[in-house]
Design a binder for this molecule. Structure first.
Ligand SMILES: [Zn+2]
Length: 288
């Protein structure tokens, strides 16, 4: 039943013609084989070119990867440098605190990686992130510590400028702080200041920063100035001939506030200089 194709082969020079019979099935097989071969070729070509593309992509990725590893190494090196500087800063801070007798309760953090070999294999990102966080924490601690140091120094500075020191005028001491025979009555009485004899008109200067709380004339001290310095300190300057400041004025150490005189209960031109600490007279000689 199968149909057949007939292939007629006719040579050009008088030889006998030949007839070839091809079955339909054979033809089908040949066509199928050719199609299959073409498909196989196509797939091979496709596979090969995509392999080529993959190769390109891979080498590109390798380059990127190596770049990124280099960047990681650089970052790690920078971070190591920062950590080393931080350790130096922490040491300086600890020394400052020590010299100010502040307790070293601020922990000196030793960030990871300190003291390690210089050329380390690059850490991964999470390790770098952890080191950055540590560093940030260390910076915060140092900042807090430095603020505390600054406040303390400010306090010390204020206390120093509020504490009377130095001579209030140029002259010679005629009466010290302590028990003495009172000039008028002759009775033994507490002398709550120091008398410095000087010519009338000799400048009287403030011995610490403060605010004038009194600048007036009184029976005992005559023309008198009182300065409040804070921290419990007050100074009194009595028997002046002239007052140069008014109550409420802000005064710095060394400012001229009066001139020496002989006003009030006084037996000669002199300055009565008195220092009060929390209302109690203290010996001014200890603060000269
Ligand atoms: Zn006196």
């Amino acid at each position: 039943m199968s149909r057949r194709f007939t292939l007629l082969y006719i040579p050009d020079s008088g030889k006998k013609a030949r007839r070839i019979l091809i079955s339909h099935r054979l033809l089908g097989s040949v066509v199928a084989f050719v199609l299959l071969a073409v498909a196989l070729m196509g797939w091979l070509v496709y596979d090969y070119s995509s392999l080529q593309l993959d190769q390109q992509h891979l080498s590109q990725l390798l380059v990127e990867n190596s770049d990124q590893r280099q960047q990681l190494r650089d970052m790690q090196r920078d971070l190591d440098g920062l950590q080393r500087e931080m350790v130096v800063l922490a040491g300086l801070d600890a020394r400052t605190r020590g010299s100010l007798e502040l307790d070293a309760e601020t922990p000196v953090t030793q960030p990871v990686g300190i003291g390690g070999p210089l050329e380390k294999s690059p850490a991964d990102m999470s390790e770098l992130q952890k080191q950055i966080n540590d560093l940030r924490l260390a910076i915060d601690l140092r900042r807090e510590s430095q603020e505390e140091v600054r406040d303390l120094l400010n306090d010390k500075h204020s206390l120093a400028s509020a504490t009377p020191s130095g001579w209030p005028t140029k002259g010679w001491v005629t009466s010290y702080f302590g028990m003495r025979a009172a000039p008028y009555t002759g009775q033994r009485k507490m002398h709550e200041g120091m008398d410095i004899a000087a010519n009338t008109g000799t400048p009287v200067i403030a011995t610490a920063d403060g605010v004038v709380v009194k600048s007036t004339t009184e029976p005992g001290f005559g023309k008198v100035v009182m300065i409040d310095h804070g921290y419990g300190y007050r100074t009194i300057f009595g028997h002046n001939s002239k007052l140069l400041v008014k109550a409420g004025a802000r005064i710095e150490r060394g400012d001229r506030i009066a001139e020496v005189g002989n006003t009030g209960r006084s037996t000669g031109s002199h300055l009565h200089y008195e220092v009060l600490l929390n209302g109690v007279p203290v010996d001014p000689r200890k603060l000269l």
